[in-house]
Design a protein around this ligand. Structure first.
Ligand SMILES: Cc1ncc(COP(=O)(O)O)c(C=O)c1O
Length: 449
């Protein structure tokens, strides 16, 4: 492909992207059956001689696009997916042209600086210890795994055991305590790290999914205690100020999964929900949920920066780098700058803008909760954040209603299970969602009751 063709191909992609964005308010939120059936056109037998680049792009722009979920729009309330703020999307497009391997300064001075600055701003806006190490990774899942590996290395080191050298066989036992409502991805990280699910101990939670401090299993210097800022169903917070100081005195490592809820730190209205969270040892959060960065932007934050760097170091004879080079504090070696979206959004919104975004989600969730209650729908949670957990009189009605709303294509939210019963979960996490979208949501709900 020559230069003219390359530029023209990229321009076509940009044109399609522009048109997609223009249609984002009015697109179906979930693709219809015909669009789903057409997806078969993307497959078939792999050819020997390949295809024309323009034709490949056109196929993607037509068949692929028609089957997208409009989670980047204002009417999507599923899974805490989050849309993408324009500046972050634009920065991503630029970065695609640069195609930087953002492993360290020598690989990409620009990206190394951007991620360093993004890390500092992030600690500032979240009010976490400024000495912490900040590794930008793919997901809260992957970043949680980095934090938990570091936690285990740290607790074992305190017991005189170097896990990187000596391995796990014969090592002092490290216990793990998690809330009964722990997110599945924390369990996944624990499984991959070899903790074994039957060894994990569960902390009793209350009717909002928060750990009951008085019912915590015994915590000692060989315990990793996982807590939550933003329980996935209710959006609730564990009582960090009541739990963490005692756990720390006992010598435990406290890790906080704050995939979306940690952003409550940025809001003066909501910050008190997170009181004491700054006393933990490690934290994970996502940019791709509440900060509305593009996907694959998450972060592992670890108070003990050198322990994070020691645990995740990936220096090689041909690739030595600074201790806090991103390849040395994340799971990835070759990687794109996953901190770029954080940098672009934090720089553009500033502290006040992030607060406004957080408050906007929470205010809309309150409006939704009030609106659905007026329609006679049961709301199961206190709605302290962005999650509204609902059901109808019977399990069957709940399921049928959800199915009908999803099929409408006008708005979308998903199912969950709360206390063993089917519920539906409305999550607000798109910067595009405004009060008139909330009114639309309520009228769609009303029509399908
Ligand atoms: C509370 C919580 N923790 C962890 C995760 C995992 O995040 P990610 O999808 O970025 O791996 C999620 C959501 O997906 C979540 O809601």
């Amino acid at each position: 492909m020559n230069k003219t063709e390359e530029i023209s191909l990229i321009s076509e992609a940009d044109e399609s992207a522009r048109n997609y964005l223009k249609s984002i308010e009015d697109r179906r939120v979930f693709p219809d059956q015909a669009a789903l059936l057409n997806l078969d056109q993307l497959g078939g037998k792999l050819s020997n001689d390949g295809a024309d680049s323009f034709e490949t792009l056109n196929l993607l722009a037509s068949v692929g696009e028609a089957a997208t979920v409009t989670s980047n729009g204002p009417n999507y309330y599923g899974f805490v997916i989050g849309a993408t703020l324009p500046v972050a999307a634009a920065a991503d497009r630029l970065a695609a042209a640069w195609d930087q391997c953002a492993s360290s300064h020598v690989n990409s001075p620009a990206m190394a600086k951007i991620e360093k600055v993004a890390g500092e701003w992030l600690l500032d806006v979240l009010g976490l210890p400024i000495e912490s190490g900040v590794g930008f990774g793919t997901s809260a899942t992957a970043c949680g795994m980095s934090c938990l590996a570091t936690a285990r290395a740290g607790l074992l080191q305190a017991q005189g055991w170097d896990v990187a050298e000596q391995g796990l066989a014969g090592a002092p036992v490290i216990r793990v305590v998690v809330p009964e409502t722990v997110h599945v991805t924390v369990k996944k990280a624990l499984k991959l790290l070899g903790f074994g699910m039957s060894n994990v101990e569960y902390a009793t939670v209350d009717d909002q999914g928060r750990v009951v401090p008085e019912k915590l299993p015994p915590i000692d210097a060989q315990t990793i205690l996982c807590l939550q800022a933003g329980e996935v169903n209710t959006g609730e917070f564990d009582r960090f100020d009541q739990i963490i100081p005692a756990a720390k005195r006992a010598g435990a490592w406290v890790h906080v999964d704050g995939a979306f809820g940690l952003w409550a730190r940025a809001s003066r209205q909501k910050r008190s929900l997170t009181e004491g969270v700054e006393l933990a040892d490690s934290w994970t959060t996502d940019g791709h949920k509440w900060l509305n960065t593009p996907y694959e932007s998450a972060v592992a934050i670890c108070r003990n920066k050198s322990l994070l760097a020691k645990t995740l170091n990936a220096d090689a004879v041909y690739s030595t780098a600074e201790d806090d080079a991103q390849k040395n504090i994340t799971l990835e070696f070759s990687r794109k700058a996953k901190g770029l979206g954080f940098w672009a959004v934090l720089r553009t919104l500033g502290r006040d803008g992030v607060e406004k975004l957080v408050d906007q989600y929470c205010d809309h969730a309150m409006e939704i909760a009030a609106g659905v209650k007026e329609l006679g729908i049961t709301v199961h949670n206190r709605v302290v954040l962005n999650q509204v957990l609902c059901s109808l009189e019977t399990d069957e009605k709940t399921r049928e209603f959800l199915d009908a709303v999803q099929r409408s294509g006008e708005v979308w939210f998903g199912p969950s299970v709360w206390k063993g019963r089917p519920v539906f979960r409305i999550s607000v996490s798109s910067w595009r969602t405004q009060s008139y979208h909330v009114r639309k949501l309520l009228s769609v709900i009303d029509r399908h009751l």
